[in-house]
Design a protein around this ligand. Structure first.
Ligand code: GLU
Length: 479
């Protein structure tokens, strides 16, 4: 039988890291077992669902490289089918109309609160007679449909992550509401637990992998599966993503939507690699930098931890920097070019751009770092305090003069790394100046400070755009 997994996001907000990780686990497992990864957009909360969120979720999945296998199912297209199944449950006595008003429910809750009890419906309309139902309807009372939950029933399943889970019918909050309020004999809009079961069955889902916040829903859904005589999928409940304080990661932790990670300069491959390790601890992997394909080969649901997974910026940054380091110059320079374009910086040639990408990739953590790090290659930077202090030393001025004269005398037009190194050695020998002093002086001339990327490689790039001499000259003038 074909193995089928799905992500069922509600488009009520931007694509969140929690949903993205659930998607990733589903996708990885689908690849591992040669199954399909499907999408169902659960857009039946008409007040909160927005098409731009659906777009954002699908774009985010694409960006992360999590391709789905079939046209996404839109839950709102299936409302009449959900209602048909609610009708079936009404007919076979598994569900009934409940006319309890909002006020009555409020009163019940208040009473329970006074007694320190959790909210639970008292199933007061479970056994209404035909006449009683007619009377309520003629009074104009609206009704919801409730699914009967036997207080004594034990619900048991073997969770692929958590092992055996037991749930008691009495702990499920009373008979379960399947649909919103409607008047007369109408059936109101179906609610989550009913729609999910009907749609997972329709989509032939064999494995449900979702967040642990759905565990009690699973208990309810298993009862609906049984009542509709549907085949049960296997269930897996993934741990929550926690912040550094051990609380559920939320908007307050700064970044939670996938867009924000992209805009901050994380690579999709790095973010996906990091997310896979958020809660998943493989027995068989000895390295942490793995492509999605490599992870999917060793991915097992049973290797996912039960405990919450702490989000670590440090780890994510490290993984991102590793991906940048290993990136090819063409791909990286294309990414960097977007940042350069935004700033109106134009590289003189493709080759120059490739060289700059290679030069900077070892020191970048985020793609966005390429703005600050590329800037001195496009604009002559201001001389900073430490640079100025260094320039004021006697030997600095002398060093810069020697280098400038050498460049002029030799009429060095084409300067590559090898030649640059030779120049430093030649001047050092000829004038008995330490190479270190020459290099530091040059660094201040190029970058305005004593830090920056490899000097010799930078020199080659500056020489190519004929700004090396200009930079030395402006330093000499400023001393
Ligand atoms: N729409 C639900 C959610 O976003 C789906 C839960 C499920 O996977 O069944 O939480």
């Amino acid at each position: 039988m074909e193995k089928r997994l799905r992500l069922a996001p509600s488009p009520t907000g931007l694509f969140h890291i929690g949903t993205a990780r659930t998607a990733l686990f589903n996708w990885l497992y689908a690849q591992k077992i040669g199954g399909k990864f499907l999408i169902r957009i659960e857009d039946t909360d008409f007040l909160r669902s927005k098409s731009e969120y659906t777009k954002n979720i699908l774009e985010g999945l694409n960006w992360l490289g999590l391709k789905w296998d079939e046209e996404p199912v839109r839950q709102s297209d299936r409302i009449s089918i959900h209602k048909k199944y609610i009708g079936k449950l009404l007919e076979n006595g598994a569900a009934y109309r409940c006319f309890t008003t909002e006020d009555e429910i409020y009163e019940l809750r208040e009473e329970q609160k006074k007694k320190g009890l959790p909210p639970k419906h008292d199933n007061r309309h479970r056994n209404l007679s035909k006449e009683e139902i007619e009377k309520f309807i003629s009074q104009g009372r609206s009704s919801v449909i409730r699914f009967k939950i036997d207080e004594k029933i034990q619900i048991k399943w073997v969770d692929q992550i958590r092992g055996e889970i037991n749930w008691q019918g009495k702990d499920l909050g009373g008979d379960l509401v399947l649909s919103r309020r409607a008047t007369g004999y109408e059936i109101g809009d179906p609610l989550y637990n009913l729609a999910v079961v009907v749609d997972d069955n329709f989509m032939n889902i064999t494995h449900v992998v979702r967040g642990e916040d759905h565990i009690s829903n699973t208990a309810k859904q298993i009862l609906i599966y049984d009542a509709l005589d549907f085949k049960l999928p296997t269930f897996s409940h993934t741990p929550l993503i926690l912040n550094s304080k051990g609380k559920k990661l939320s908007k307050r932790d700064c970044v939670t939507s996938i867009d924000e990670f992209r805009d901050m300069g994380y690579l999709p491959e790095a973010l996906a690699n990091y997310m896979a390790f958020l809660g998943w601890a493989p027995k068989s992997a000895d390295k942490e930098i793995l492509s999605l394909e490599e992870i999917s080969e060793i991915f097992e649901l049973s290797d996912i931890n039960k405990a919450g997974a702490k989000f670590s910026w440090e780890k994510l940054n490290w993984i991102n920097s590793q991906y940048i380091k290993n990136m090819g110059s063409i791909k990286l320079s294309e990414i960097m070019r977007k940042y350069w374009d935004d700033n109106g910086w134009v590289p003189p040639s493709k080759e120059w751009a490739y060289k700059l990408a290679i030069l900077l990739r070892d020191s970048m953590t985020l793609l966005k770092d390429s703005i600050d790090q590329s800037k001195p290659f496009f604009l002559i930077p201001k001389i900073q305090k430490e640079g100025q202090d260094f320039l004021e030393k006697k030997e600095t001025k002398a060093s810069l003069k020697l280098i400038l004269n050498h460049l002029i005398e030799q009429n060095t037009i084409k300067l590559n790394k090898e030649r640059a190194k030779e120049i430093i050695s030649e001047i050092s020998k000829m004038h008995n100046v330490k190479k270190g002093i020459l290099m530091k002086s040059l660094r201040v001339a190029f970058f305005g400070s004593l830090s920056g990327p490899d000097l010799i490689q930078s020199w080659e790039l500056f020489a190519e755009i004929k700004t090396d001499r200009t930079r030395i000259e402006r330093c000499l003038k400023s001393i």
